[in-house]
Design a protein around this ligand. Structure first.
Ligand code: ATP
Ligand code: MG
Length: 392
C-alpha cells in the first residue's frame, strides 16, 4: 500500500443524526465512483473521515485529489502521509514529508489530534516535541501559534499516525442520491447544466431529458448536450440521459396553434413528457434552469401556464438568480465554454416574432386542445444514453 493517503472530511453529513449511516455509505460509494479513473484505490469511512488509500506504487495522487474534491458531501480534503506509530520514526518521516513547504516558509506551528487514547503522548506533548524537532531540522523557522504560514497536523487514529498540512476546500453539499432522484430538463444553454449541478449538490441523483428537433437542430447540437452532461457528471455522478425526438410535435404546434402562444405551448408539452418520463424512472421532481424575466417564456404569467402542465414539483433553483451569477458557476464547473457554442436548440426553432409575454391559461388550454397530444406523445422513440464522467 502506498504511504500517501487522502483524508476527506465530511460536511453537513455529520449533522444528519439517524440518517447518518446511510449518508456516509452513499458518500463512500460516490467517492469510489469518482475515483474510478485513478487506478486501484480503497475507500472507507471511519469517525467522520473518508480514507482513500492507494493500492499501487506511484499512483497519480494529484488526479485523485482533483476528482475527490468534486464529490458532494466532502467539505475539505487533506493529502496526508501515513507515518509510523513509533514516535522517533514519525518525527523523521514528518520532517521529510513537510520539508518542501517548510523550506519555503518562515513561520509554522504543529497541531495534533488524538482519537487513539492509548498513544503514549498526549496532544500538547505531540505538539511540543514535534515542534522542537522541526525547529532543529529547519533552523530558519520560528513558531507562530496565532498566524503561522504552515500548520503541520499530526492525527493519531486507528493505529496510525497521519501527517498533513492545510486542508483544501472541496465541493461541500450533501452526497448525490441522499435527497432522492430528479429529472433535469437539459438544453444546450448555460443555465440548465448549472441547475442540475446545484440540485445534485443538495443531494439529488440526476437523470436528464433533452428535446431535439432534427433536421432543424443538428447532430452537433446533440453532441454539445452530451458534452455538457458529461462535464456535469464529473460532479453529479453518472447521468441517464434521454433524447426525445420533438420535431413532429413542434411542427404540429406551429401548424395548428396561435403563433404568439407557440413557445408556452411547446414548453407545456415538454414538461408533460418530462413528468411522464420522470414517473417511469421513479424520479420525484423536474429541474429546469429558468430564471424570472430572463426571456419571454420565463415571465410570471408564462411560468404559471407552464407549471400547470406538471404533475410533479418543478424545481427552478435559479428563479431569483442573476445571469452573471449563473455564468460564474458555469465557468467554475467548466460547462460555460461548451454552453456558448453556437448550435441551434429546439427552443429557438419556429420562435414567434411576437411571443405573448403574459399568456392566460384559458387561452393557452384552448389552443393546446387543437393538438392530439395523446397520439403525438404515445410512441416517441426516445434515445437512451448512459453518461459517465470517466468515459472518453
Ligand atoms: P438554458 O440556458 O438552460 O438553455 P435558456 O435561458 O436558454 O436556458 P429557455 O430556452 O427558455 O431558457 O429554457 C428554459 C429551460 O427549459 C432550460 O433551462 C431547460 O431546463 C429547459 N429546456 C429548454 N430547452 C430544452 C431542450 N431542448 N431540452 C430539454 N430542456 C430544455
Ligand atoms: Mg435554452
Amino acid at each position: 500500500m502506498y504511504d500517501e493517503v487522502l483524508l476527506l472530511k465530511l460536511g453537513e453529513v455529520v449533522l444528519k443524526g439517524l440518517n447518518r449511516r446511510r449518508l456516509e455509505d452513499l458518500l463512500v460509494k460516490n467517492v469510489r465512483t469518482a475515483l474510478r479513473g485513478c487506478g486501484p484505490v480503497e475507500v472507507r469511512e471511519s469517525q467522520s473521515t473518508v480514507f482513500v488509500e492507494f493500492d499501487q506504487e506511484n499512483p497519480d495522487v494529484d488526479a485523485a485529489v482533483q476528482a475527490a474534491k468534486k464529490v458532494f458531501g466532502v467539505l475539505n480534503l487533506c493529502r496526508a502521509y501515513r507515518g509510523s506509530y513509533d514516535w522517533e520514526t514519525l518525527k523523521r518521516q514528518t520532517a521529510d514529508y513537510v520539508a518542501p513547504q517548510l523550506n519555503r516558509a518562515k513561520t509554522f506551528k504543529v497541531d495534533a489530534r488524538r482519537s487513539d487514547k492509548k498513544y503514549p503522548l498526549d496532544t500538547p506533548k505531540i505538539c511540543m516535541l514535534m515542534g522542537e524537532h522541526l525547529l532543529n531540522e529547519f533552523p530558519h523557522l520560528t513558531v507562530d501559534v496565532k498566524n503561522p504560514q504552515v500548520v503541520v497536523t499530526i492525527e493519531i487514529r486507528d493505529g496510525n499516525a497521519y501527517v498533513h498540512t492545510a486542508p483544501e476546500k472541496a465541493a461541500g453539499g450533501l452526497p448525490a442520491g441522499t435527497g432522492g432522484h430528479g429529472m433535469l430538463m437539459l438544453s444546450g444553454g448555460i443555465d440548465s447544466p448549472v441547475a442540475g449541478y446545484v440540485m445534485a449538490k443538495r443531494g439529488l441523483k440526476l437523470s436528464a431529458v433533452h428535446f431535439e428537433s432534427p433536421p432543424y437542430t443538428s447532430e452537433r447540437a446533440k453532441e454539445k448536450v452530451l458534452t455538457l452532461a458529461k462535464k456535469m457528471s464529473v460532479y453529479t455522478g453518472p447521468v441517464h440521459l434521454w433524447i426525445v425526438p420533438f420535431t413532429q410535435i413542434q411542427e404540429e404546434i406551429r401548424d395548428r396553434c396561435r403563433e404568439d402562444l407557440f413557445t408556452v405551448i411547446m414548453r407545456r408539452v415538454m414538461l408533460k413528457i418530462a413528468c411522464k418520463l420522470a414517473r417511469e424512472q421513479n424520479a420525484g421532481c423536474i429541474i429546469t434552469g429558468e430564471s424570472l424575466g430572463q426571456v419571454a417564456s420565463q415571465t410570471l404569467g408564462a411560468i404559471q401556464c407552464t407549471d400547470e402542465a406538471a404533475d410533479l414539483p418543478v424545481f427552478r433553483p435559479f428563479i431569483g438568480t442573476d445571469k452573471q451569477e449563473i455564468v460564474d458557476i458555469a465557468r467554475d464547473i467548466d460547462t460555460y465554454d461548451t454552453s456558448i457554442l453556437p448550435y441551434e436548440d429546439c427552443c429557438t426553432v419556429f420562435t414567434p416574432k411576437h411571443p405573448k409575454t403574459n399568456p392566460k391559461l384559458e387561452e393557452v388550454l384552448k389552443e393546446e386542445a387543437k393538438l392530439d397530444l395523446d397520439a403525438l406523445t404515445k410512441d416517441l422513440a426516445f434515445e437512451f444514453i448512459r453518461v459517465k464522467p470517466w468515459d472518453n
